[in-house]
Design a protein around this ligand. Structure first.
Ligand SMILES: NC(=O)c1ccc[n+]([C@@H]2O[C@H](COP(=O)([O-])OP(=O)(O)OC[C@H]3O[C@@H](n4cnc5c(N)ncnc54)[C@H](O)[C@@H]3O)[C@@H](O)[C@H]2O)c1
Length: 351
């Protein structure tokens, strides 16, 4: 295990205009002296103005001009190689992907392109940098809690079986883990996968349930809760996720028995909550921050529906390994995190 002083590093973040990428770039600019190269293709899977807004916020705080943004599609192999050649990143945090479980049912090809071909282009560029004598010192990538499928044993441990994905999205993330492992083993690229569990918070993703529920409640519409509102999610606050990524990037994995410098961690909150309960806490936060009227009664807007294809019943992270290896535990409670989301949402909507 090697320690890396990130202050002297060039850090490449893919998907930097995204929810997690944007928050990570902000953190690294404020808490380190690293140079940040951010790439994103700014696709319109959700409102591009939100992606532009995230980039504007980063540029605003980047008073020392340590942030460079390039609009780039990771599916374009030559463009990816050129980028690596130009900036020779020390650390790569690969977050760019087509996210979303339900969208993968309708649009499978997009997932193969972005999550498998795109992922491969990034790790193959890491391989090329070895030939160029400028090896990437640590490659981190986003996997997902969805790799656990509908495993009955909870909480999910990193060593649990992940061979039974119930969506193509999950299958692409599992594929990234094994393709990544092969490259870590073959070329000695230090590599860490991060299985994120339902990340939420300010400047979040409009396609995710909490954001959609908010928009629906604001418009006076009903919110549909699948599986009768009994699905449980391990909602994880964005700052806890960024804390984890920042810590993980500073320590490369130890070599395993196959000679691979590879590891994987759950990044979750370890506190699963039923969606019906979640919506109630969300509505209280929205009332407190004037997004909803004080006398709003959320129960009148909840419609309980059957389960949908691709959704898992429970996500529940065992976060002990993250604590053992990096000494961190998720800090933010759901009501506090949702209040911060509501506060941001009010300001964003009224800007
Ligand atoms: N947010 C969560 O709850 C969650 C949970 C599990 C896993 N993840 C994973 O974490 C990563 C980041 O998620 P997020 O919530 O920030 O999603 P996001 O959609 O907000 O960010 C992803 C970014 O990647 C960009 N992108 C997509 N395809 C690209 C391509 N071909 N070339 C360049 N850029 C491209 C998008 O424009 C977007 O800005 C993703 O890999 C996602 O699958 C997220």
């Amino acid at each position: 295990m090697n320690k890396i002083d990130i202050n002297n590093c060039t850090i490449l973040i893919t998907g930097v205009a995204g929810f997690i990428g944007g928050a990570l770039a902000l953190r690294l600019i404020t808490s380190t002296k690293a140079r940040i190269i951010g790439i994103d293709n700014l696709n319109d899977y959700y409102d591009v103005r939100l992606k532009e807004y995230r980039l504007d916020v980063i540029r605003e705080i980047d008073v020392n001009h340590r942030f460079v943004f390039k609009k780039l599609d990771i599916v374009d192999r030559d463009a990816v190689y050129d980028l690596f050649n130009s900036y020779k990143p020390d650390i790569v945090v690969h977050l760019a992907a087509q996210a979303g479980v339900r969208y993968s049912i309708e649009n499978p090809y997009v997932y193969i392109q972005n999550n498998i071909v795109g992922f491969f282009n990034i790790i193959d560029a890491c391989r090329k940098m070895i030939e160029m004598n400028a090896p990437v010192r640590h490659f981190l990538f986003a996997s997902s809690s969805s790799v656990y499928g509908n495993n009955e044993k909870i909480p999910y441990l990193e060593s649990d079986n992940t061979d039974h994905p119930v969506s193509l999205y999950a299958a692409t993330k599992k594929a990234d883990e094994v393709i990544g492992y092969s490259y870590a083993q073959l070329y000695g690229i230090p590599m860490t996968g991060m299985r994120f569990f339902t990340v939420y918070g300010p400047v979040g993703r409009p396609d995710m349930a909490y954001y959609k529920f908010t928009e629906e409640l604001v418009k006076g519409k009903n919110v549909k809760l699948y599986n009768q509102g009994k699905n449980k999610r391990d909602f994880t606050y964005i700052d806890d996720v960024v804390d984890a990524i920042e810590k993980i990037m500073q320590k490369t994995p130890v070599v395993d028995r196959n000679g691979a410098t590879y590891d994987i961690y759950n990044i979750g909150s370890n506190h699963p909550l039923e969606t019906v309960e979640f919506v109630k806490i969300l509505s209280e936060a929205l009332k407190e921050h004037r997004v909803l009227d004080e006398d709003f009664v959320v129960d009148d807007s909840i419609v309980l529906c059957d389960a949908v294809v691709g959704d898992v019943d429970v996500t529940y992270a065992d976060t002990e390994r993250l604590y053992e290896c990096f000494g961190i535990k998720p800090k933010h409670k759901i009501d506090d995190g949702l209040k911060r989301f509501a506060e941001w949402y009010f300001a964003y909507r009224n800007q």
